[in-house]
Design a binder for this molecule. Structure first.
Ligand SMILES: Nc1nc2c(ncn2[C@@H]2O[C@H](COP(=O)(O)OP(=O)(O)O)[C@@H](O)[C@H]2O)c(=O)[nH]1
Ligand SMILES: [Mg+2]
Ligand SMILES: [Zn+2]
Length: 295
């Protein structure tokens, strides 16, 4: 029996679709996985053995670079954060919340602004000004709507060679964005009223879709994040704009809260760090302080 290597792209109950070169091999997991509560995830690199007419058998899961719990994805390279200009309104609070958590995962971030066709020039100019601050921090920012999709020349290099996941509130236009690039995907899109209804999005189903030379998950379950697994010391490094400045704080362990001679607070006052960024940072720090211990 020969062992081959592939990557899980889709899971249907106990059957794993493993991509091996151009082929898709249907596999089951070793019985021992269940006993040891090992759950292969989409994105996992696996060893599998083929056995004639039977389903192939996954025998080993390679060490993961990282993993998300919800949605369950392993070896993620990039998160595409989708925000709509309106319906729902653009939220810089949610943007900071996503970024703070994602920075801890050490994956790339793309920020995508949708529904630019539904907003006034004035409102759009205001959102653009905010997003320019984030662009200056090194985040790539894109704008899209169905009549002005992002060009393939721009998207291709951002997707190639990576596993990406779309994240953002229901109704912001994640599926519409993918459809605008690849109409043949024909992903289901929803009106806001329906999209906000509970129950519809409780599905656990995650599938990696091949686009260009990369993989993307149009995730239903990644709309908000909490700080359950992040410590204050980590959150401190999740704000890119604070890092260099913080070298000038009086205390090397400064959390930029009540400490004296804090260079970050000085930079906020001088207008070099966005006030809302700092306010959100303090709020997230408080959430971590107040969270209940987990057992
Ligand atoms: N006018 C306009 N409508 C959009 C745009 N993006 C999404 N929509 C609409 O917003 C609703 C929700 O979009 P959908 O892609 O299902 O959002 P998802 O829940 O994030 O996947 C649908 O009715 C879409 O037609 C956009 O850029 N412009
Ligand atoms: Mg969708
Ligand atoms: Zn400080």
């Amino acid at each position: 029996m020969t062992t081959s290597v592939g990557q899980i792209r889709k899971i249907n109950r106990d059957v794993y679709e493993v991509q091996a070169g151009e082929d898709i091999v249907l596999c089951t997991g070793r019985g021992v996985f269940r006993k040891r509560k090992i759950h292969p995830k989409v994105g996992d690199l696996v060893d599998y053995e083929e056995d004639g007419d039977n389903l192939a058998l996954i025998t080993h899961i390679h060490e993961r670079k990282n993993e998300l719990v919800r949605p369950p994805i392993a070896n993620l390279d990039q998160v595409i954060l989708v925000f709509s200009a309106v319906e729902p309104a653009f939220s810089v609070h949610l943007l900071d919340r996503f970024l703070a958590v994602i920075e801890a995962y050490n994956v790339e971030v793309l920020i995508c602004l949708t529904k630019t066709d539904l907003t006034s020039e004035e409102e759009l100019a205001h959102i653009r000004e905010t997003l320019q601050y984030y662009e200056a921090l090194g985040y790539t920012v894109l704008e899209t709507n169905p009549t002005e999709p992002v060009s393939h020349d721009v998207m291709r290099p951002l997707i190639n060679g990576k596993i990406s996941v779309l994240a953002g509130q229901s109704g912001v236009g994640k599926s519409t964005f993918l459809n605008s690039l690849f109409p043949e995907l024909d992903l289901e899109t929803a009106h806001i009223s329906a999209a906000l209804g509970r129950g519809k999005h409780t599905t656990r189903h995650v599938e990696l879709i091949r686009i260009y030379d990369g993989w993307i998950a149009d995730s239903p379950g990644f709309s908000s994040l909490d700080f359950q697994t992040i410590e204050k010391e980590e959150l401190r490094f999740s704000f890119r704009d604070f890092n260099e400045v913080s070298e000038r704080c009086r205390f090397t362990s400064c959390l930029h809260l009540k400490e004296p001679k804090c260079a970050v607070k000085e930079a906020v006052e001088a207008g070099d760090i966005m006030q809302t960024r700092y306010d959100h940072y303090v709020q997230f720090m408080n959430e971590i302080s107040e969270r209940k211990p987990r057992y």
